[in-house]
Unconditional design. Structure first.
Length: 285
């Protein structure tokens, strides 16, 4: 294609742009429809304590399960809605539903946490704090069972509103987790300004630690740094026993991954809670 004449090349690029634009527009229209017709769901993936191999919490992951012919996943549709009002509507719904589900687990006798993914953009609105407080009050969930997962983007820029809302939430007892830690930025100054409870290590690091000395060294160093700074560590994307054992040996606190369970709907998640994973493997690792 690159060898085509200038004119054709221009045509090629512009029709590619049109295609992307149309695709995004279709996704947006579809999602607006999904919101008004209640077609979105939350799935839950267990967060397991590596020392006990018991479920200590769950991460809520957004699913557009119905009326989504191309099975578009959140990795693709979240960035598209981030330029629109939808990120605020859907984001608020995710927090409300997460709190509601977690209270339901508590009522069934399982006092575990729930983690909601929050787009940095949501925090740039002054009503974010109220949305969280209302979700906690309406559900009856105690604040220290709610974890907010944020990526580093916004924390790196110093934004007063973001900082104030995070401080107000953490002083209520809500926890702040840094998602995909170490994947995008090397500036860690924000760790000194903001009260971070835990770092989540991305599966792009974790999946490699059994095969790569370099990755193992990096993950070890991050875990040690977190320990010194009083933060917990959650490793994401554990698929093999080898990786689980290595993380146990490194004193990593928590893990998530297909080794235990994929994200599942609430009913299935509550069955997992009832059977509560007791392989008891870490103690013998
Ligand atoms: P994330 O928050 O880092 O979530 C982890 C992703 O890894 C999830 O993908 C999860 O299903 C997947 N995963 C978990 N364990 C394994 C494993 O062992 N192997 C593999 N290969 N994958 C694993 P998912 O659900 O497709 O979500 C992708 C991303 O979309 C999330 O990454 C998060 O950034 C975003 N996202 C999901 N739900 C929400 C939401 O409610 N709000 C916002 N703002 N973003 C969300
Ligand atoms: Mg997350
Ligand atoms: Mg992550
Ligand atoms: Mg991610």
């Amino acid at each position: 294609k690159a060898k085509q004449s200038g004119k054709n090349k221009y045509h090629y690029y512009s029709s590619e742009l049109d295609e992307e634009y149309m695709r995004n527009l279709n996704i947006l229209t579809g999602l607006k429809d999904a919101v008004s017709n209640d077609l979105l769901d939350l799935h839950f993936q267990p967060k397991v304590s590596l020392s006990s191999d018991k479920i200590a919490g769950a991460e809520a992951l957004l699913r557009w399960s119905r009326g989504n012919p191309h099975s578009i996943r959140p990795d693709e549709f979240i960035p598209i809605i981030e330029s629109t009002e939808l990120i605020h509507n859907i984001g608020a719904w995710v927090i409300q539903e997460s709190c509601r589900a977690c209270k339901q687990w508590h009522d069934a006798g399982h006092h575990i946490t729930v983690a909601a993914n929050v787009s940095a953009l949501q925090l740039t609105r002054a009503n974010f704090y109220d949305i969280v407080v209302n979700a906690l009050e309406e559900s009856g969930l105690e604040p220290h069972y709610l974890e907010i997962e944020l990526t580093e983007h916004l924390l790196i820029q110093e934004n007063k509103l973001v900082k104030h809302q995070l401080a107000a939430l953490t002083s209520l007892g809500v926890s702040l987790f840094i998602d995909d830690f170490g994947t995008g930025y090397s500036n860690m100054n924000y760790l000194t300004r903001i009260n971070v409870d835990a770092l989540k290590l991305d599966k792009s690091f974790i999946s490699q630690i059994a095969d790569s000395d370099d990755y193992r060294v990096i993950v070890t160093a991050i875990i040690r740094m977190a320990q010194v700074l009083g933060m917990q560590v959650v490793a994401e994307g554990i698929e093999t026993e080898a990786v689980r054992k290595l993380l146990c040996g490194l004193d990593c606190d928590y893990a998530q991954g297909y080794l235990w369970s994929k994200p599942v709907e609430n009913k299935q998640f509550m069955d997992l809670l009832e059977s509560n994973l007791a392989h008891d493997i870490c103690l013998t690792a």
